[in-house]
Design a protein around this ligand. Structure first.
Ligand code: URA
Length: 449
């Protein structure tokens, strides 16, 4: 069947066969299906959806587009962590080195900025010299030698996701739950992970349209990964406001390094890191209960071992410990703009999606696939949702190094922050938990520790 017929078939809402999906993914990866046809197919899928069977066929085809690492030279249960994407969502840079420092190997093939959200690879590349495009043997060597490796999709490892991911980024076709599951799990299967902790983001700064859709995605990820031999647990966490104080590549790296250095930081961010990290330690069999795992995570974080580990990983991936430890000196944005409170009151909301798009305007993300990212661009929030502010007080500072649309970005950022008379009612940070037992409230997991 011609690609144009396939697009029309999906437009009519019909199910694609396994062979059709396998062929279109293979031909797209090899360059025989052009981006404009794949973009049209993605848009048809966006509106018509994919069945479970179609989604799993996408997953298999994407894994099959490249090689699968066995990581046979790495001892221990290999546990990864991944997020569906958010604004200021930097937890990987904290939990991966801390969990690795506690003895669990962490193979992590991540993504770049997607839509209005940030990406771990772009964040890491704001560390001068940090190289993420590792060959298969380099990835395994770094993992064996340091306990953690941060890699990217390459020509050899999930090349189909590499191309599809970049195309979905700029065509507003990220929010397709089965394709999110296929994209994430293709990387985890290819990298050779034994277990996975997922953070499914719920709220305006994420990609899921409702909490119900987020729960369905969580169940889908648990089910599909179990079928591939990967034990997965999922936390559903709030993404209605940016996570932590910083959003944007270099500022987020700086926030992570400060937390790894001091063990202290913004409460919501620390809380998400603690639970994701504890779940990784539990899956890696370094603890018997969530309570024990949380204690181990906290002790490792406050010992500073996570920062030592991040420095080791950076050195193994082309950068060095001095650069990580003195990262402040490497974040040198050319411009800064202060956002001050226009009135007395409380920070009512900080619209995460608006902040994400403001960051794209400032240059932190891509408008088209070929754009270069300004790693220095970002925002640092002095105030969080719920904080009291006085007129004229500093709420946030935007940073960037030169971009035609910076004015539009600054206006968006200003509009994203709403100040009102009364303090808002705090929304729960943890929405749900999901494992092979199904979706449930997080209280029974998070209490008693
Ligand atoms: N993260 C991924 O790796 N893929 C997606 O589609 C969304 C988030």
């Amino acid at each position: 069947m011609l690609t144009v017929e396939l697009i029309a078939k999906k437009q009519r809402g019909e199910e694609l066969t396994r062979e059709e999906i396998a062929t279109v993914i293979r031909d797209f990866t090899e360059g025989a299906v052009p981006d404009y046809q794949m973009a049209a197919l993605l848009m048809a899928i966006y509106f018509q959806g994919l069945s479970d069977d179609e989604g799993r066929t996408f997953l298999r085809a994407m894994v099959g587009s490249g090689i699968r690492l066995t990581l046979s030279s790495v001892n221990g249960i290999k546990v990864d962590k991944h997020s569906t994407g958010g604004v200021g969502d930097k937890t990987s840079l904290i939990v991966a080195p801390v969990v690795a420092a506690a003895g669990v190997p962490v193979p992590m093939i991540s993504g770049r900025a997607l839509g209005h959200t940030g990406g771990t690879l772009d964040k890491l590349e704001s560390i001068p010299g940090f190289h993420v495009n590792l060959e298969e043997d380099e990835f395994e060597n770094v993992l064996r030698e340091t306990g953690c490796a941060f890699g990217a999709q390459t020509e050899a490892i999930v090349p189909a996701d590499r191309k599809l991911y970049a195309l979905r980024d700029v065509t507003a076709t990220v929010s397709i739950p089965p394709l999110i599951a296929a994209s994430i799990l293709s990387k985890k299967i290819a990298e050779g992970a034994d277990a996975l902790v997922m953070d499914v983001k719920v709220g305006s700064g994420g990609f899921l349209r409702s909490e119900e859709e987020a729960r369905q995605l969580a169940e889908m990820i648990v089910r599909w990964s179990a079928a591939e031999g990967i034990k997965t647990v999922v936390f559903g966490t709030d993404m209605d406001q940016p996570l932590g104080r910083a959003a944007g590549n270099a500022p987020e790296v700086l926030e992570c390094i400060q937390i790894l250095r001091t063990g202290k930081g913004e409460a919501r961010l620390l809380s998400v890191c603690r639970w994701l990290g504890a779940a990784m330690l539990l899956l890696g069999e370094k603890a018997n209960t969530f309570g024990e795992a949380v204690k181990l995570f906290d002790a490792t974080l406050s010992s500073g071992a996570g920062l030592v580990k991040l420095s080791e990983i950076a050195a193994a991936q082309g950068s060095n410990a001095h650069t990580v430890e003195h990262f402040e000196q490497h974040w040198k944005p050319a411009h800064r703009h202060e956002i001050r409170a226009g009135r007395n009151g409380f920070v009512q909301s900080i619209a995460a999606r608006e902040v994400g798009y403001a960051l794209v305007d400032l240059g932190a993300g891509r408008r088209k696939a070929t754009d270069r990212v300004d790693h220095s661009a970002g925002v640092w929030f002095e105030k969080q949702v719920g904080d009291e502010v006085k007129e004229g007080e500093l709420v946030a500072t935007a940073h960037w190094s030169g971009n035609d649309s910076s004015q539009a970005g600054l206006m968006r950022l200003q509009r994203a922050i709403r100040i009102a008379d009364a303090a808002p009612v705090a929304a729960p940070l943890f929405k749900f938990f999901c494992d092979e037992g199904g979706v449930r409230m997080t209280d029974d997991i998070l209490s008693g520790t």
